[in-house]
Design a protein around this ligand. Sequence first.
Ligand code: AMP
Length: 436
Amino acid sequence: MAIQAPEGTKDLLPDEALFWTHFKAVAARVFGAYGYVPIETPVIEQTELFVRGIGEATDVVSKEMFTSLSGENLKKLLSGGTVKSKSRLSMRPEGTAGVVRAVVQHDLVPQGAAPAKLMYAGQMFRAERPQKGRQRQFNQVGVECLGAEEPTVDAEAIIMLMRFYREIGIPASDTRLLLNSMGCDACRPAYREQVRAYMAEHADELCETCMTRAELNPLRAFDCKNPGCAAVMEGAPKITGHLCDDCREHYETVKALLDGAGVAYAEDAKLVRGLDYYTRTVFEVQVDNGMGSQNAIGGGGRYDKLAEEVGGRPTPGLGFALGYERCVLALQAAGVEFPRAQRCDLFVACVDASVRTAAFSLVQRCRDAGMAADMDHQKRSLKSQFKLADKLGAAHVAVLGPDELAAGQVKLRDMGTHEERLVALEDAVPALLAQG
Ligand code: AMP
């Protein structure tokens, strides 16, 4: 059997690859208006970055990373040797840790400087069980703002995310914005202990994974899909009742700014998100139409401790990532038409082989004038050339035969109206340009 793409990966064939390019361009335009500029970081990073940044106990790091070694280091390991931790590399499972590492490494936010507003787009890798909306290699667009702790940054990022969905074509009525605060180092530890104690009281009703979570990071139990656990966690203490004054004020200001901007949200005290680095604001956008159980099309939050975790000076941060493939599912469900990749303004059809050189030169002249033009390269019959022109969606076909060529003319056929007219060969390009 012919070799297939690896499980959980997907080729973006030309129409979709074109839409991905459009998707990134819309993101660059929308986010650019808020001061975000692009950054590109490597697809591989030291494994240590994700272990320290995202957290060893998270599913992403403990189960889902694709980790690799060079051939030489693999040999060393297999023969009983050891490999330095900086030689252990992982494919990035998300974009934030790499961007924060780059900000720290290149000192992009020197003390007293304006915040760095950065955006990225690219592939992420997670060894999850593939299902609808969940791949092992997928595309994300994300932003990170480092160096500002004011709640205005949180609010403008959320407003900007919702604006992006609108501009790309996901109806606002299909989206649901969930909002929560996860507190900070001052208030979360005491809250975490309360959740742990509550879970201990309900140990016999919780799954084994949740009981392991109770030890490492009890808040993750809020994410458990098991209906029994979900029912128990429904009654668990909620963070919103345990925020310190600073976190409460921050959260109230974010909500007031969103209210002022007319952005609707639902508070969800159970929204904890899967990564350890979040502090204060967290948010997620969900869509029901066209999605399976994976209905989050984007999410993010504040991570004021992450820069320190990766060895930098204290630098507050906030970011989000949105999933391209799930946005496509949401757009398909909303009936949005995707533009076709191929554009063809003119197809030059040859009546016989004697006119091919003249046809070739006409095609070149069209391209020089900025048109998308093509001709047959397989010695097709005239009928089959017309079929090809149709398939390419050609707006016009120029028919060139020995008689036309002898008279210095070409027949132009408008494929929309089926009208035909003879024009002088040297006037064909301006005539086509005039038609737009
Ligand atoms: P996360 O980093 O988990 O918050 O993911 C941000 C967004 O990326 C999600 O809301 C999804 O839209 C998308 N996403 C995350 N994991 C996957 C995956 N395995 N396959 C496809 N999209 C994903």
